[in-house]
Write a protein that binds this ligand. Structure first.
Ligand SMILES: [Zn+2]
Length: 324
C-alpha cells in the first residue's frame, strides 16, 4: 500500500510517494510565488501528477497537509491567514478529487507533521506526545492516549496561540500580544535580538539591513558565544520554556518534540530549555515529560499527510472524512 503525501507550505509545495513502512521517495517540489488559491492549486496538480506517475499503481489516496483550519468532511480550507482571503472556503479536496479521481484527504499541516513524527519518528511507541515546530510561526499537535487530538472543529493543538506574555510581549500574527508563537518561534528569536539591540550597539548582528537578520544567524552567533546573540538566545529559551512547561502542566506527555529551524541547535537548545522547564513544572514528576529534538527535518508533513490517506483520516481511529 502507498499514498501520495503532500506538504503545502508558504514558500513551496512538495508531493511524494510514501510507502506504508514510512519510506518516502519520488519527491516533486515546486516553489510558491503567488499564494492565491487558483495559482497554488495548479502547482499542486503538477506536483501530485508527477508523484502519481512515479508511483504507477496501488495508490490508495492523496493526503494534503495544508495551512489553516480545515473542514475534514469536505476537504475545504475554512480559512488560512498565511495564504490570504482567496483561501476562505477554498474547495481544495473537491478540486483535487475531480482532477485525479482517487480519495483525497485534507488536514492541517501541523497536525499532519505531528502524525508523521508520531507514527514514524521520535514519538513512535509513546501514548502521549506533543510536537512543536519552531519555524516562522509555531505549529503543533497533540497525541493523547494514542489519538491525534482534533477538537470539535479541528482547532485543537494550536499551541502557538496560547499567551505567555500578554502584558509585555510581542504582537502575534493572530493579533494577540505575547502568544507562544510571537515569543518562541524563529521569528520570536529575531524579535528578542531586535529588542536587545540598544544594549549592543556594536553587535555584528546589527550590521546589514534589519530584514536580512534571520533566526539562523542569531542562533549561530549565540553558539559562537557572541554577547548579543547569547542574550537574545537566553531570553528566547526562557520564553520557550514557559510555553513548554504549560504544555507539561496540561498534558504531561511522554515526549515533547521540538522541530523546525531553531531545533537545529539540538543539544545547545535542549541544554538551555530543559533546566528552565524543570524549574517551572510544579505538579508533574520531574523528567516525566522528556524534551527531545524531532526526527524529520522536512518530511514529517508529507509523511503524516500520506498516513492520513492510508488510515482514512487524521484520527488514529478511522472516520469517514474522504472526499470521494
Ligand atoms: Zn497568536
Amino acid at each position: 500500500m502507498k499514498a501520495i503525501g503532500v506538504d503545502l507550505g508558504g514558500t513551496h509545495v512538495m508531493a511524494a510517494v510514501v510507502e506504508d513502512d514510512g519510506s518516502i521517495h519520488s519527491k516533486h517540489e515546486i516553489d510558491v510565488e503567488d499564494r492565491s488559491f487558483p495559482s497554488v492549486l495548479k502547482l499542486l496538480e503538477t506536483a501530485i501528477g508527477g508523484a502519481l506517475s512515479d508511483a504507477a499503481s496501488n495508490v490508495v489516496g492523496i493526503g494534503i497537509g495544508s495551512p489553516g483550519n480545515i473542514d475534514a468532511t469536505t476537504g475545504a480550507v475554512r480559512n488560512s491567514p498565511n495564504f490570504g482571503p482567496s483561501w476562505n472556503g477554498a474547495p481544495l479536496g473537491e478540486k483535487l478529487h475531480e482532477r485525479f479521481g482517487i480519495p483525497v484527504f485534507v488536514g492541517n499541516d501541523a497536525r499532519c507533521a505531528t502524525l508523521g513524527e508520531y507514527v514514524y519518528g521520535v514519538g513512535r511507541g509513546t501514548r502521549d506526545f506533543v510536537l512543536i515546530t519552531l519555524g516562522t510561526g509555531i505549529g503543533g499537535g497533540i497525541v493523547a492516549d494514542g489519538n491525534l487530538v482534533l477538537g470539535s472543529a479541528m482547532g485543537a493543538g494550536e499551541v502557538g496561540h496560547h499567551q505567555i506574555r500578554p502584558k509585555d510581549g510581542f504582537v502575534c500574527s493572530c493579533g494577540k500580544i505575547g502568544c507562544f508563537e510571537a515569543q518562541a518561534s524563529g521569528t520570536g528569536l529575531i524579535r528578542h535580538a531586535m529588542a536587545l539591540a540598544p544594549s549592543f550597539p556594536r553587535s555584528t548582528l546589527l550590521a546589514g539591513a534589519p530584514q536580512d537578520l534571520g533566526s539562523k544567524r542569531i542562533r549561530k552567533a549565540a553558539q559562537a558565544g557572541e554577547m548579543h546573540g547569547l542574550a537574545a538566545w537566553r531570553n528566547y529559551c526562557d520564553d520557550l520554556a514557559l510555553g513548554v512547561a504549560n504544555i507539561v502542566a496540561f498534558l504531561n506527555p511522554e515526549i515533547i518534540a521540538l522541530g523546525g529551524g531553531v531545533s537545529k541547535a539540538e543539544e545547545f537548545l535542549l541544554d538551555a530549555v530543559r533546566p528552565r522547564v524543570d524549574e517551572l513544572v510544579t505538579m508533574a514528576p520531574r523528567g516525566s515529560s522528556r524534551i527531545a529534538i524531532a526526527q524529520f527535518e522536512n518530511d514529517a508533513g508529507a509523511l503524516g499527510a500520506a498516513t492520513m490517506a492510508m488510515n482514512g483520516g487524521l484520527a488514529t481511529k478511522p472516520e469517514p472524512v474522504a472526499v470521494r
